[in-house]
Design a protein around this ligand. Structure first.
Ligand code: ADP
Ligand code: MG
Length: 620
């Protein structure tokens, strides 16, 4: 394992231990000194912690809230209950059970594993359609999952006794089994969060389109996280079944869903520490409110029963957190993450070569070609049979008035939108209808006119995620961390490596987006107005950087820009679009003196009066 990767793993483990150790110490204290009632409370807390860690592994990393995880908890509980129920109880309580199940009376370990496998398979199966939806549709679908599974638990009377209580489940969960599973869950979710898959998923949470543009297979990452989190939720269900000994389908419905979501939201969805502290705060709140709810003795005065106080209290808790700290208590950094990294020596501190090594020196002979691209938006012809080619080592400028179709062309080439007709080919391979993440992996990097960074991730992580996504392509960097640092150094961003990307100024954000696009070692890079919002000094620097990049690496660059003088100085060839049509192509001098171009920019009247194209403004 390389230096930075080993350090990252150490930081992950130390971060997990910061949570595991207090958990274990508290368990020892509760087991030694606390009343039986308090021990049960702590055990239940550990079970809830497993559930919320499971939920966070998916919702926190993907950004998609799930209302469905209590269904996995319920399925885990019923599966393990059926497998472990004593034969005599089984014969009387579940007389219609299939013979295969009727004869089973397993111990907890076997039932545990079998239940987890069962729920994992179920989770994967329902995840396939739900993950495809993404966004709000996926959230609603998880709610549907909760309702459907609840219905099934009630309907499958042969297995569950329907709405009746399922009794006689062996009470095998004690404080130590719960602790063991909780520790394991903590280590697994903490590891997943920092793994390559977890980090790519978090990038997609910040900006799905941008994640795809750096080669992240968002659907697959989501599916992995969803299945993992369903499995962990099921583990919590198994523990719960053997803790309670008796339950009915109503246990696995809205009440517990609300509790679970409150824990996640209060603590902060995006970190494991958030799930951890959310579980503590909410458990304490519930314990206190539940006592008050059933009436307490205040200096001899018996308070009345306050039905629903617990639920109301949780809602108020959510509101307070939303108002005071919308992202939760641990919004971005894990507990201790900053100082552990600092202590381990600035995440590797790999020496960065001053001049930085070439990106993709072995440029394959080839061409990026877009042929006859036509695209209509509801009757508006945004592109009309446009041809464009870009060779490695070439810098082509793409100009045209606002709304002439430049961005649309880049979107078509990078696989973000499908053209109505026409073909895009990379080095001979037809990529026209490939998903954008595969186009990226085929060697096309891009930036966006409206900057799309992973705002909450650090500057370093923005680039490193892209380097990680390059794995499995021809352009694998040996060490993604070193590669990311090298690119940050090249664009003058290394000092800002630990800042969240959203905290950078405009010019730095634009440079970061370019660095990120380069982490995938593209052979062609499409830059949509890279100098927009930069001051003249910054855009001159950018110009120099881009020219040097081309010289060193032989990458092919397509540059869209407002600044005509920048385009004229930088580009070997210029393509001009107007109202979706290519109206000119050639050298700076040729394009500048082309009557059609002058007319498109300045209008017929002034063109006749001999005006020429302005070179710094008024052009987009
Ligand atoms: P440019 O980048 O040259 O300014 P665009 O490619 O963004 O131009 O837009 C070209 C035309 O297509 C504009 O008229 C724009 O309004 C329209 N357009 C672009 N994207 C969409 C879309 N997703 N839906 C509808 N119209 C669009
Ligand atoms: Mg545009």
């Amino acid at each position: 394992m390389s230096g930075p990767s080993a350090q990252r793993a150490t930081a992950t483990l130390l971060g997990a231990l910061l949570l595991v150790i207090p958990l274990a110490v508290a368990a020892v204290l509760f087991a030694s000194f606390a009343s039986a009632g308090l021990q049960r409370t702590y055990t239940l807390f550990l079970i809830n912690l497993v559930a919320v860690l499971g939920l966070g592994a998916f919702s926190g990393n993907s950004g998609i809230l799930s209302f469905g995880h209590v269904a996995f908890i319920g399925l885990g509980a019923y599966a393990s209950a059926i497998l472990t129920l004593p034969l005599a109880t089984k014969a009387s309580a579940l007389p219609h059970l299939p013979t295969l199940l009727a004869g089973l009376e397993w111990g907890l370990p076997a039932a545990f594993v079998a239940s987890l496998v069962l729920v994992a398979v179920f989770g994967l199966a329902v995840g396939l359609p739900i993950m495809r939806m993404g966004g709000a549709a996926a959230v609603i679908a998880t709610l549907g999952l909760l309702l459907i599974v609840h219905g099934i638990l009630i309907g499958a009377t042969d297995f569950t006794r329907g709405a009746n209580a399922f009794l006689g489940v062996p009470r095998l969960t004690n404080i130590w089994t719960a602790l063991g599973v909780a520790v394991l869950a903590l280590l697994v979710v903490r590891w997943f969060r920092d793994s390559a898959a977890g980090r790519q998923l978090r990038a997609s949470r910040e900006d799905e389109t941008a994640a795809k543009a750096i080669g992240v297979d968002v659907l697959r990452r989501r599916l992995v996280a969803w299945t993992l989190s369903a499995t962990i939720a099921a583990a919590s269900g198994v523990l719960l079944a053997h803790f309670l000994g008796a339950f009915s389908p109503s246990k696995f419905y809205f009440d517990d869903t609300l509790t679970l979501l409150t824990m996640l939201i209060v603590g902060g969805m995006t970190t494991v520490s958030g799930a951890f502290f959310g579980a503590i705060v909410v458990t304490l709140t519930i314990e206190v409110l539940r006592r008050v709810e059933s009436g307490v003795d205040v200096f001899g005065w018996e308070t009345p029963e306050l039905f629903g106080l617990t639920q109301a209290g949780l809602c108020v808790l959510i509101l307070i957190v939303m108002y005071r700290r919308p992202a939760g208590m641990f919004a971005r950094l894990e507990l201790g993450e900053a100082w552990i990294r600092g202590w381990l020596g600035r995440a590797g501190g790999t020496p960065v070569a001053a001049a930085s090594t070439p990106v993709a020196a072995d440029v394959a002979p080839g061409l990026l070609r877009a042929d006859g691209i036509t695209k209509n938006f509801a009757g508006l012809r945004a592109l009309d049979a446009v041809d464009l080619s870009l060779a490695p080592g070439e810098i082509v400028g793409l100009i045209g008035p606002n709304g002439s179709g430049k961005t649309t062309l880049v979107n078509v080439i990078s696989g973000l939108i499908l053209p109505d007709s026409g073909k895009v080919a990379v080095d001979g391979a037809d990529v026209t209808d490939w998903p954008s993440f595969e186009v990226a992996r085929a060697g096309i990097g891009r930036t966006f006119q409206n900057i799309r960074l992973f705002g909450q991730l650090s500057v370093l992580d923005n680039v490193e995620t892209a380097a990680l996504a390059a794995r499995g392509t021809e352009a694998v960097p040996a060490d993604p961390n070193a590669r990311a640092r090298e690119l940050l150094a090249r664009f003058g961003l290394l000092d800002l490596a630990d800042r969240p990307a959203s905290a950078l100024d405009y010019g730095a954000q634009r440079r970061l987006e370019i660095a990120r696009a380069l982490a995938l070692n593209p052979r062609y890079l499409l830059l949509d107005e890279p100098a927009a919002g930069m001051n003249p000094t910054e855009s001159n620097e950018l110009l120099r950087d881009l020219a040097a990049l081309r010289a060193e690496t032989g990458i092919g660059l397509l540059v869209i820009d407002h600044d005509m003088s920048l385009i004229m100085r930088l580009c070997d060839r210029i393509v001009v679009l107007n109202r979706g049509e290519k109206i000119a192509e050639g050298s700076a001098a040729e394009v500048q003196s082309n009557p059609a171009v002058i007319e498109a920019y300045i209008g017929r009247k002034r063109a006749r009066q001999g005006a020429s194209i302005p070179t710094s403004e008024g052009v987009s």
